[in-house]
Design a protein around this ligand. Structure first.
Ligand SMILES: Nc1ncnc2c1ncn2[C@@H]1O[C@H](COP(=O)(O)OP(=O)(O)OP(=O)(O)O)[C@@H](O)[C@H]1O
Length: 855
């Protein structure tokens, strides 16, 4: 088995084992890492299922709290359906008219017909069924000669004959009142004299439809009569060819079929459904987009990634959750659609529209995923979403109608327009609306061939489009990035990335493109060499992070060849001015960014290869509070705990412990938006602590806190440092002094110094600060006295009787100074005096100023 295979199978086994318990790292030994990182057994990753479940619960909770939006969602469907109902009602009331029954409509006046009027050479041979009211059967046996001269028998046309005109009329009338077969037309002979050539007949036609199946309910007056030529042509051919008299005397009249009682309605709603249902079914698009963009805008997605979120779990959970929302909307849509009695729902087979809507739900989510990549702000996404949806629906329906309204529009054009998914949806709804409008019986799934002919292409097109949209999204979201990273790693790993630390020696540094631009300080260099051989929990090994620039901006080297190590039980203070590269280092450590060069190992796992393992043992508290306003403190903690595999009693206990740890046990039930700034900071630290990490990254955890909250949080950090490696970035020297055993100061991405706090003060402080306060008259005297006492004294400032000096360490004997000053205090009229060591703040300022001067 090769290395890759063995790693995979071990990973699978450990994932299976971890099914029943939260992911707990097993690394807490005295000697933590026996082997070089790249050959260690991989730690299990956070599980997809746990993350999926945590995300689903979180989304559900947030959705439940959006009461206004939920009500709006439900109401919108109902309002649209009600609106259509009102339109139909108004049209019925004011535009439709009642139809009185007429079982025997009067024929129009008879007229003489000449052959030129009735001879249709291209008339198809009729295969429809016709009714005849007289003894016409004998004519059927005569042959008909077509234009081309081939013989055609009238017998191919089915017919039924009746003994009288009345019985024919009655049968036709009944065929409309009962659900029986409906003929296309009938001939009612008043006179048929074969010998004299006198013929008089009425042609009865069903003006409601050209086909026999189209007039189930009642007759309509606007139908076409395309079948007439067939009928008439057949009869006339027979007459001309078989009546023996040379002078034909034909009189014919048209007569409508009998009319049954009813209403002639204009089914205006059927023509509006395409657009209105489309709007309704697009309505969730902006909501889907906004929820995705919200997490992007507030950096929540990035932080979740830093906390170990697997992108696949994230997108699958959004997909499933949004689809459930869509189904919920569909249920409301169906309930009211059926309740309001829309023909669309009643007449078409359920499967015909359900299938369309089910596929469209997927298409909608795919569109929302893709569009959400375009926006960074919720506001822009919502404006674009709402206006865009209406524009999209109207434009696609107008475009579809314009390009396909002509008779004989080629299929290719219809398919081409449907490349816009909204146009395909519009087309599908329109087909079903037209098939179920008044006078039509809807699409029936029992005639599968017909159903597939009508709707098959729409389903197929939407289905393919959905797959393509998801594919595009996957490419834009991940694949390209993965391919790019893989290619970069391949091409650079040889020279820039050292898998085995033993390969690194000082010469390697010079080989690197990111070699130090100037001689690096001794302490920094010593740390670089130390960390290579160390077993520290965090090992930063020659890390360089370069952000790619663009046309207007050059590349930005945020971190430059940084090496440092942090061991268990150590809280390392990472100091530096704004933009120094602290957050970038933390981000690389937690996997948000890949290192450009160099590497970081956490408990032996490399950020380049074992990020999944790193996320099970490390946690980060970001610089800004990234929490969901509508979740409570407890729910926020539950979310991160679930992501790390905690369930049931273990979850409850862990959340309670953490709430207590950060001093929020009484406020867990409050929503985050009701928290003060300090409480938010504490819950953020809680979110980082909830998974009991081996390595804790705290990025300015106390920024913006009042002194008392700050001290409370310090206690939490101090307590938690005991069995963890903690990296703390801060701008507060007081905080660094209170919490950190070692400090590193970074400026412009380069580590300037590293060491223990006290050591740095001694090293970088010029010595001591001396100050005194005296009466105005004696100031000069005291100044002269102290200058004699401490020859290296340098006046910093004098203000309102207080004089401040700096004095170097050389030649200073503190006990002698104390003695002399106390002895002469009264005589010199000194009210107060003091001597103190240089503060960390001064060290920091000195180092950053030096760095600025040398750069
Ligand atoms: N995604 C990014 N793209 C481009 N440049 C970036 C990006 N993130 C950070 N930078 C740049 O990298 C440099 C280091 O930024 P970083 O946020 O790490 O500094 P910092 O020390 O954390 O500062 P602060 O104390 O203000 O948080 C800055 O110049 C910043 O503008």
């Amino acid at each position: 088995m090769d290395k890759e295979d063995s790693t995979t199978s071990e990973l699978e086994v450990s994932e299976r084992e971890a099914n029943t318990k939260p992911v707990e790292p097993q690394l807490d030994n005295e000697v933590e890492f026996q082997k070089p990182p790249h050959v260690q057994k991989k730690q299990t990753r956070l599980k997809f299922g746990d993350q999926f479940y945590a995300l689903l619960r979180k989304n559900w909770r947030l959705q439940k709290r959006q009461k206004k939006l939920n009500t709006c969602q439900i109401c919108f469907s109902v309002v649209i359906l009600l609106w259509l109902l009102v339109i139909q009602f108004l049209v019925s009331k004011y535009l439709n008219h009642k139809r009185d029954p007429d079982p025997t409509p009067e024929p129009e006046p008879y007229d003489y017909l000449s052959p030129a009027d009735i001879w249709y050479s291209d008339c198809p041979a009729g295969s429809s069924e016709y009714y005849f009211s007289t003894d016409f059967e004998k004519l059927a046996n005569y042959t008909v000669t077509t234009e081309e001269g081939t013989d055609q028998n009238l017998a191919t046309t089915q017919y039924q004959e009746f003994s009288s005109a009345d019985s024919l009329d009655q049968t036709l009338y009944d065929s409309f009142t009962q659900d029986s077969f409906k003929p296309a037309g009938a001939i009612h002979f008043d006179l048929l004299n074969v010998t004299t050539g006198d013929v008089k007949f009425s042609i009865l036609y069903n003006s409601s439809s050209t086909s026999t199946s189209g007039s189930n309910d009642h007759l309509q007056l606007d139908g076409e009569t395309a079948f007439l030529p067939t009928l008439l042509n057949t009869v006339m051919r027979v007459l001309y060819q078989n009546i023996s008299s040379t002078s034909l005397n034909i009189r014919a009249a048209f007569q409508k079929f009998p009319i049954i009682e009813g209403e002639d309605q204009l089914d205006i709603v059927a023509y509006m459904l395409g657009t209105f249902f489309s709007i309704l079914l697009h309505f969730l698009l902006p909501i889907f987009m906004m929820s995705i963009v919200y997490e992007k805008q507030n950096n929540i997605l990035n932080i979740m990634k830093m906390m170990g979120l697997r992108l696949r779990a994230y997108w699958v959970s959004i997909y499933v959750f949004n689809y459930l929302l869509y189904l919920l909307m569909l249920v409301v849509f169906y309930i009211f659609g059926f309740a309001f009695g829309f023909r669309f729902f009643r007449k078409n087979a359920f499967l015909s529209h359900f299938l369309l809507f089910i596929i469209w739900g997927n298409t909608l989510i795919a569109i929302s995923f893709l569009f959400s990549l375009l926006f960074k702000k919720v506001r822009t996404a919502s404006i674009f979403g709402y206006f865009g949806v209406i524009l999209l629906v109207i434009a696609s329906s107008v475009l579809f109608e314009q390009l396909t309204s002509q008779d004989g529009t080629p299929d290719s054009t219809v398919i081409l327009v449907q490349l816009i998914p909204s146009a395909a949806l519009y087309h599908g709804i329109n087909i079903l609306a037209m098939e179920s409008r008044l006078g039509h019986s809807g699409v029936s799934m029992s005639d599968l061939k017909l159903a597939v002919d009508k709707m098959g292409s729409v389903y197929l097109i939407l289905f393919i489009e959905t797959l393509v949209l998801f594919l595009f999204f996957a490419i834009f979201q991940t694949s390209l990035k993965t391919v790019f990273c893989f290619w970069r790693r391949k091409s650079k790993s040889k020279t820039l990335y050292f898998e085995n630390d033993d390969e690194l020696d000082s010469e390697d540094l010079d080989d690197r493109k990111n070699k130090p631009t100037k001689e690096e300080p001794d302490d920094v260099h010593r740390e670089r060499l130390r960390v290579r051989k160390s077993q520290d929990r965090i090992r930063v090994l020659g890390l360089t992070k370069i952000f790619k620039g663009n046309k207007h901006q050059p590349d930005k080297v945020a971190v430059n060849n940084l090496s440092l190590g942090i061991s268990k039980g150590e809280c390392f203070g990472f100091l530096g001015p704004n933009g120094a590269g602290k957050t970038t280092t933390v981000s690389v450590m937690s996997g948000l960014y890949a290192p450009t060069y160099g590497n970081i190992t956490v408990c032996g796992y490399s950020v380049r290869e074992d990020l999944g393992s790193i996320h099970t043992i490390s946690s980060v508290c970001p610089q800004h509070d990234i929490l969901w306003d509508d979740l409570t403190g407890t729910e926020s903690l539950q979310f991160y705990a679930r992501m790390h595999g905690y369930k049931g009693a273990a979850l409850k206990e862990r959340v309670e412990t953490t709430l207590k740890q950060v001093g929020l046990e009484r406020d867990g039930h409050k929503k985050i938006k009701e928290y003060s700034g300090g409480m938010k900071r504490r819950i953020s630290v809680g979110c980082a602590l909830i998974c009991n990490p081996k390595v804790l990254l705290l990025d300015e955890p106390t920024t913006g806190l009042d002194p008392s909250s700050k001290r409370q949080l310090w206690d939490v950090i101090r307590e938690t440092t005991k069995d963890r490696a903690v990296l703390l970035t801060t701008h507060s020297m007081e905080e660094a002094e209170a919490l950190c055993s070692r400090l590193g100061i970074i400026v412009n991405g380069q580590l300037q110094t590293i060491g223990e706090t006290q050591e740095l003060k001694i090293r970088f402080g010029k010595g001591f600060k001396f100050s005194f306060h005296s009466t105005e008259e004696s100031e000069a005297k005291v100044d002269k006295f102290v200058r004699q006492l401490m020859p290296n004294l340098q006046l910093l400032n004098s203000l309102a009787g207080t004089w401040n000096y700096e004095v170097s360490k050389e030649g200073i004997v503190l006990s002698k100074i104390f003695e002399e000053l106390e002895n002469h205090k009264k005589e010199l009229e000194i009210d107060d005096w003091g001597i103190s060591q240089t503060t960390l703040e001064e060290v920091f300022l000195r180092i950053t100023q030096n760095a600025a001067m040398t750069n």
